[in-house]
Design a binder for this molecule. Structure first.
Ligand code: ADP
Ligand code: ADP
Length: 230
């Protein structure tokens, strides 16, 4: 029942920086994990390698039994499109596309029929049912991030990776976004792995992994913001 399994991950960038120095970790199916650690400790690198956006220098990555590190780039891209959702700090919405078009874009890129009803369903549930035809720059940060979450969820991915999803949001919008990610786990059985530096955000997760200098430096289950901040 492992959604994501990282085995002895190493990543050394051109230039010689070792960003991951032997990380082994399991993210159980249906769990919500926060990854924390100081700036430069390897959090983004871990997320990118786990999600198949980048390749580790050594070690293996499994998602739902498929070894991503053993596939070709083409197969990895296809796997990502079919099985994985992403949420980024800066939303990554295309400014010239409407809310609905942004949400449908991954399906279009994957060569699938765009399921407008489903996309509208998800957007409505996320409180954006009346903004379908708006351009992103007409929306608040919190609304933009909800569009990004709708885009990540519309293909019903098994795993959602989120990189500082609340980093650019005010407290209230951050709370809404975190509540949606929790619901994706606890109501829809998805697996969410979220990088954050915010103890309040981390407390929405079921457990926290701490990185330091590219290594696992600790873990906490049932985190509270106070315990995480220590
Ligand atoms: P974090 O997300 O915890 O801030 P990162 O994974 O971004 O950490 O970075 C870990 C280390 O790898 C840092 O020393 C960073 O400077 C370095 N690094 C990250 N990306 C690259 C890159 N594309 N090329 C070279 N070094 C990088
Ligand atoms: P199901 O797919 O289990 O029948 P729903 O009909 O309630 O669930 O929602 C359809 C899809 O919309 C879900 O599978 C999920 O991808 C997405 N979704 C809707 N609301 C949320 C939410 N609050 N958090 C995460 N995903 C959601």
């Amino acid at each position: 029942n492992e959604a994501v399994r990282l085995e002895s991950l190493y990543k050394t960038y051109d230039g010689g920086v070792t960003a991951l120095d032997g990380v082994t970790a399991t993210f159980a199916a249906g769990s919500f994990t926060a990854v924390m650690g100081p700036s430069g400790s390897g959090k983004s690198t871990l997320l990118h390698c786990a999600a198949g956006l980048d390749r580790p220098t050594g070690g293996r990555v499994f998602i739902g039994g498929t070894e991503l590190t053993a596939t070709t780039d083409t197969a990895m891209t296809k796997f990502r499109r079919d099985r994985v959702g992403f949420v980024f700090q800066d939303y990554n919405l295309l400014p010239s596309l409407t809310v609905e078009q942004n949400v449908l874009l991954p399906q279009r890129l994957a060569g699938r029929r765009a399921d407008r009803r489903r996309s509208q369903d998800v957007l409505t549930r996320l409180g954006l049912g009346d903004r379908l035809h708006e351009l992103p720059d007409r929306l608040s940060g919190g609304q933009r991030q909800r569009v990004a979450i709708a885009r990540a969820l519309v293909a019903e991915p098994a795993v959602v990776f989120a990189d500082e999803p609340t980093g650019a949001l005010d407290l209230r919008s951050a709370g809404e976004v975190l509540t949606l990610l929790r619901a994706a786990v606890h109501e829809h059985g998805r697996t969410v792995v979220m990088v954050t530096h915010d103890p309040v955000a981390a407390a929405y997760a079921d457990s926290v992994l701490f990185l330091a200098d590219g290594r696992l430096a600790g873990a906490l289950s049932a985190p509270t913001a106070e315990a995480v901040a220590e």
